[in-house]
Ligand binder design. Structure first.
Ligand code: MRU
Length: 336
């Protein structure tokens, strides 16, 4: 059984329809984007989120720009607008670069849309391959801990880390999925819990602060996470809190697996220090569900990603193959 029914993006041939992830799980509402500006706005406001899904959305945004503007310079301005929507996920720039190359090749609107659909399809194929590769590391049945949302909602479909968990669950190797709530945006509580529930996979939420205790006390075999950008030396930028999980996993002898497609690899960044970390509105920390909790006048630090040093990663799974204990030399085998 595939345990894979949720989809975040749908191309109608004329518009990009997005499942509005700000409203999940209590409201299933779709947002239609008919221009590149609509797509850029959807990425900025997190209607669509998750590195691969952002890249795919941007590719469709470029296709919409090609439908609207015959002038390549006008199209390029729309590509720039899309590129500025969020800074950390390199998939956004990778997808736009692929769309730009088509545009420079003289592709018409139809060919641009076909390229965006290819990017979307290839992502799903990559996820299935990573699912199998990653699940092969689950040699005994046990629990797994994940962070943020890396499933169908964050990708073209199936998911990266959640794809591995899906595949391992189908093999009977996962007794329970523990999902961090993932403060402050609550991707775990709102999205991962919902997505796994839709698929009939048992899920148990925990506060982010409970993760280290869970790894000490419970039968967790693997911590499995995704990535927004992986540098040439194997350093991993991912949702804030990932670094702490990697430290806790190493301290307790629990495996730490990162799952990400080739479109997340950034060989132009020598190491994690070169990765720009998105800072979002302090209100995301100061308030909860629109309700202000912190006293007036208090500020907050809200970096939404962190960098996990490569030496804390036990295995990196990509569709190009797996790399154990990544470093610059082993990463090079994945190709630039
Ligand atoms: O801020 P988000 O929700 O876009 O962050 C998402 C993550 O950090 C995911 O772990 C990452 O993009 C990988 S998704 C397959």
């Amino acid at each position: 059984m595939e345990h894979d029914t949720v989809r975040a993006l749908h191309w109608t041939g004329e518009a990009l329809v997005l499942l509005d992830q700000r409203r999940l799980p209590h409201e299933i509402r779709y947002e239609e984007c008919t221009s590149a500006a609509d797509v850029a706005n959807a990425i900025e406001t997190m209607i669509v989120r998750g590195a691969p899904a952002i890249g795919i959305a941007a590719a469709y945004g470029a296709a919409l720009a090609a439908r609207r503007y015959a002038d390549p310079q006008m199209c390029e301005a729309q590509l720039q607008r899309l590129a500025g929507a969020r800074p950390t996920a390199v998939n956004l720039h990778w997808a736009l670069q692929r769309m730009r190359a088509k545009l420079l090749d003289g592709a018409d609107a139809e060919a641009m849309a076909a390229e965006a659909c290819r990017i979307h399809d290839e992502d799903v194929i990559a996820n299935h391959r990573m699912g199998r590769l990653g699940a092969s590391y689950f040699t005994a049945r046990g629990a797994v801990l994940t962070h943020c949302n890396t499933g169908s909602l964050a990708t073209g479909g199936y998911g990266t880390a959640l794809g591995v968990i899906r595949a391992a669950y189908a093999d009977g190797r996962v007794s329970c999925v523990y999902a961090d709530e993932t403060r402050p945006w609550l991707q775990g509580t709102r999205l991962t819990a919902w997505e796994l529930q839709q698929e009939g996979i048992p899920v148990r939420l925990l506060a982010d602060a409970a993760a280290a205790a869970l790894l000490r006390l419970a039968d967790v075999r693997w911590v499995v996470v995704g990535a927004d950008r992986i540098a040439a030396n194997g350093d991993v930028a991912n949702k804030i809190g990932t670094y702490g999980l990697a430290l806790a996993a190493r301290a307790h002898g629990v495996g730490f697996m990162v799952v990400a497609p080739g479109s997340t690899l950034d060989f132009a960044s020598a190491n994690g220090d070169a990765i720009r970390i998105e800072q979002r509105d302090p209100e995301e920390v100061l308030a909860l569900a629109g309700q202000r909790l912190a006293p007036a006048g208090v500020d907050a630090w809200n970096p939404v990603f962190d960098v996990t040093p490569a030496e804390l990663v036990d295995v990196l799974v990509t569709e190009r193959g797996t790399v154990e204990r990544p470093n610059r030399e082993r990463m090079a085998a994945l190709g630039a």
